[in-house]
Write a protein that binds this ligand. Structure first.
Ligand SMILES: C[S@@+](CC[C@H](N)C(=O)[O-])C[C@H]1O[C@@H](n2cnc3c(N)ncnc32)[C@H](O)[C@@H]1O
Length: 233
């Protein structure tokens, strides 16, 4: 059985049992290898937009003798996946803005999926706001800590209800509070440190847009309040 780190393990646990998942931007193909080996799916598709990662993926798939179960495809986003072919799309380790572009380009395919498992590398607030606006429900979220870094993993599906939320919950998923994620306290502390640096940096800068500054400052206040409420309960 392949050994994978905490981030990938958490992603796999949020995929759960499925028919045929597609791992978009697979790189090393660790996620589909693990899912097939763990018996969570019979078959999987692994894609990447670049030749180098696909060669790495092929080597690993062959090493674990899974070439008959995991199909490799080259291409951008969800484009290499057929209509109604895969029930779950996994996109991990890619920035939130690029993820929104991938989803927007193939919106009908994304809408039909049973679940989207998304782990943005950064700009997760852009992704959450996009999902809400487009009628995707964020079913749940979880945090993973891996090699000193923390990652938010989102499980979403399309239900056609457009939503909006307070900007705090675009930055720190609401489900993390609802589920009282065990890593939320330290995640909030980290985010408060980063946000404090942003606000201090803006304060020192000669050219500050007053509205942008206030937005960032108010977000910091909300994060601190959320931490106090969470830690106090
Ligand atoms: C940092 S790696 C993440 C690998 C793996 N998903 C993980 O989470 O460990 C990002 C991978 O996504 C691929 N990628 C970036 N943009 C993509 C796109 N639009 N479509 C498919 N793959 C993409 C890159 O080539 C790279 O191999």
């Amino acid at each position: 059985m392949i050994k994978i780190g905490n981030r990938l393990l958490k992603i796999a646990s949020m995929v759960g049992k499925c028919e045929k998942p597609a791992d978009i931007g697979t790189d090393h193909a660790y996620i589909p290898i693990y899912l097939v080996q763990a018996g969570m799916c019979g078959k999987a598709v692994a894609t990447d937009v670049r030749e180098g990662p696909l060669m790495k993926a092929r080597k690993n798939i062959e090493k674990y003798r899974l070439s008959d179960r995991i199909e490799l495809r080259m291409g951008d986003g969800l484009k290499p996946i057929g209509e109604n072919e895969c029930d779950v799309f996994i996109i991990a380790g890619i920035g939130g803005v690029v993820m929104t572009e991938i989803l927007e380009t193939s919106l009908e395919k994304a809408k039909k999926a049973k679940a989207l498992i998304l782990q943005p590398a950064y700009y997760d607030e852009v992704l959450r706001e996009y999902l809400y606006k487009k009628g995707f429900c964020i079913e749940t979220e979880a945090l993973a800590e891996d090699e000193g870094r923390m990652y938010a993993i989102i499980r979403a599906y399309f239900d056609g209800i457009a939503r909006s939320d307070d900007d705090l919950y675009y930055h720190i998923g609401r489900s993390l509070f609802v589920n009282r994620d065990p890593l939320l306290g330290s995640f909030l502390q980290r985010r408060i440190r980063i946000q404090t640096n942003i606000v201090n940096g803006m304060r020192k800068s000669a050219k500050v847009d007053e509205r942008e500054y206030l937005e960032q400052y108010n977000l910091l206040v909300k994060m601190k309040k959320a931490y106090e409420d969470f830690a106090g309960n």
